[in-house]
Design a protein around this ligand. Structure first.
Ligand code: FES
Length: 116
């Protein structure tokens, strides 16, 4: 099935797998913002392992895909909040802000799918 030109595979009544791109579009050390349902999500490639978390920083809405990736840490460009890119958990910020939602990523052949 497709929705808004996205390839969507229904896994069960509560979960779908959405095609978000090709592995060649997110090389090791790179990030790419994609749309998952109506949420902006950043897909991250670390040494050939793919992760996905919400792209919108929980502090004030900065786009994490425009931030800096260092190991498994993404730093928001706006005010420096740091998040763990596998879990979406906040690592460091002067005040308490929410963790980011993380998503399961599945690679099939050269396609990247995010499950939600
Ligand atoms: S918007 Fe990301 S740290 Fe402020």
């Amino acid at each position: 099935m497709t929705r808004n030109n996205l390839k969507i595979i229904k896994l069960n009544p509560f979960m779908v797998r959405i095609l978000v791109g090709k592995t060649t579009e997110v090389m090791p050390g790179q990030m790419k913002k994609v749309l998952v349902d109506e949420n902006e999500v950043v897909v991250i490639n670390i040494d050939g392992n793919y992760f996905a978390i919400n792209d919108t920083c929980s502090h004030a809405g900065g786009s994490l895909s425009e931030g800096k990736l260092d190991g498994h840490t993404i730093t928001c460009d706006w005010h420096g909040a740091q998040f763990e890119c596998r879990s979406g958990k906040l690592i460091k910020f002067p005040v308490e802000i929410n963790d980011l939602r993380s998503y399961d990523v599945v690679i099939e052949s050269d396609s990247i799918f995010v499950e939600t």
